[in-house]
Design a protein around this ligand. Sequence first.
Ligand code: 3HC
Length: 703
Amino acid sequence: MKQAPKHPVRLERQGNVALIVIENPPVNALGVAVRRGIAAALNAAVAHEQTDAVVIAANGRTFPVGADIREFDMAPQEPSLGQLCNLIERARKPVVAAIQGTALGGGLELAMAAHYRIAAKSARMGLPEIHLGTLPGAGGTQRLPRLIGPELALDMMLSGNQVGAGIAAEMGLIDLVTDNDLRTEAVDYARSVAVTRPTSANRTHLADGAGYMASVAARREQVTMELGANALAPHKIVDCVEAALLLPMETGLDVERSAFEDCIASRESEGLRHAFFAERAAAKFPEATEAKPAQVDRVAIVGGGMMGAGIAIAALQSGFAVTLVEQGESGVNAALERIGAYYERSVAKGRLSEAQGAAALTHLQLTNKLDTLGEADLIVEAIAEDFDLKSQMLAEIGALAKPDAVIATNTSYLDLAALAAASGRPADTVGLHFFAPAQVNKLVEVGVHDTASAQSVMTAQGFVRALGKTPVRARVHAGFGTGYIGNSILEAYRHAADIMLEDGATPAQIDGAMRSFGFQLGPYQVADMSGLDIAYARRQTKPRDPDARYVEIADKMVEQGWLGQKSNRGYYIYAEGQRQGVPNGDVLKLIAEHRAQKGITPRTFSDRDIRDRILLAIVNAGARLLGEGVAARPSDIDVVMMLGFGYPRSRGGPMMDADATTPSIIASRLSVLAPEEPTLWGAAPVLTMLAQERQKFAELNAS
Ligand code: 3HC
């Protein structure tokens, strides 16, 4: 863990104004050393006779972005952020916060405790604690409603959204927005308010607190309806705002403190905090010691189907120049239609202005000429998932790409090393596995094979980060030819579900059990959405494990032409254009006949059985990938499952869940199921090792 700098706060003087400067890279998090530094500097400034006002500012790219989240799991150290904010608010001399970058969470709370706030025009502010399963715990729930009124305050805290300086000023959160040098303006401003010394003038909103009770009650009802009665942090935020409306500041702060502690102690917050750090850890690749991402200006994508078009849109949204290559005029037109339709929808939904949509498209070059690839710094091959077609295309790309370009294939399960060899430039070739819809989904697996160069891996990683997505490294060994992390686990998930389907459960029951666990969709709803023919094609080409039990139900459905949503008929039946289906009675008949043919007497599974069997299969598959070195860290598996497959984020992912149960209990539960299907539930060596050593997966994250 990075140590905070020893002296992260400096006190400077500019005439009669004291300047407290925070410098705690990279984001000026308010760890204990910073809090102590600010408190000491403030006390010194207030005691200093020639000082009439104080400015709190920060060096680097941003004002503090919040409390140091890593400290949430440690013993509290004084002053707490809440105590520091009170100290600032009670200072006898006016305090001005000078905000640049993003003032988030505790950073914004610190600014709210100051008597005045001045912000750079480009600055943004927000209270994102809800995304960590908690709430502003340093007085934010009490000060924000007093500054901007309870309704806007609830909007900000319940959404976690940021607002720009201009809007913040209109709301009353910021006193002055400047386009000039922020530090100079703040010092001048402090000097001007020093004359009048109004230190608490802006806290009057709540004179009629009780008048807002109806809107608080409505908000509570809305939270219950949208998030459920057990969503801890959102309900506590409403409670705290109610306290701000009805109680004196001191008592409101007590209510907030206890609500904050409850939230921090919750499993939900633990999971969300784990997710935050896991995503950042995943982006750290070992190749970073050897190479830095090279500059990528132009990206070329070969193949303009759903995936290729989605990648093109993601790249356009992030400001890349994009070349999209399709076959013939009809291919080009179809791709243009796809991308154009996306921008039309975005404009219609108000996500983009017409001008923004049109501007994005000016950076798109659509062509059927492969030789345009020579201009690209990075080329993504996104044609059909067929080994021969991809090999041929990669050979052409390898011949046309400029010498230092990176070549990426979007294969999800073909043999990456063999595809890289087919390009003729294996060192330059990596896997970039996007997840549909690629313009939205934040996950990209970076496939690394034995001969990929550190440079190409890091450039691909840098490209994914520049798209605002999370790269997860998957080390694929020659001959493995399975789908990185995500698809390998998905395969285990589906295998466990299919075994229960064959043995007595129904698709709707399995889907319902997984939804009640927290997945948005169950496995058969997902299968219907993706198209049953895709997985079918894969099964036809992939060598079968002779030891694994094979469930033919999905194959039989494809043979009937039941392909899911695309044919309006899969595990569910869909009315034309609908995405919500009703169970397909014909599938239930097909399953019953299938069981009879195989001589299987159906048995019953409770929802709990279903969840247990699936979750154990997922964790075991994760442990296997760790043992094989495909995944470097358990937390990388968590990231893939949360971002790629909708594993509930508040649980922090399957490996964190396994730690909560403990690997030794997982291993003993697996030993009960293993005889039914050893390939699925026979404990992976890593799991057995952890169970024997009484260790947790988290300990492998650290190593
Ligand atoms: N505490 C500790 N570390 C933090 C941090 C925080 N609040 N915010 C960011 N970091 C770390 C990251 O882990 C990362 O570390 P690494 O380099 O070792 O991986 C580094 O700072 C840079 O962060 P990002 O990679 O995320 O940088 P970006 O530029 O992409 O994003 C950001 C910057 C938008 C500020 C993003 O980091 C972020 O959203 N941070 C969290 C903000 C937040 O949730 N604040 C509220 C905290 S809770 C709180 O304040 C409680 C209070 O009410 C009492």
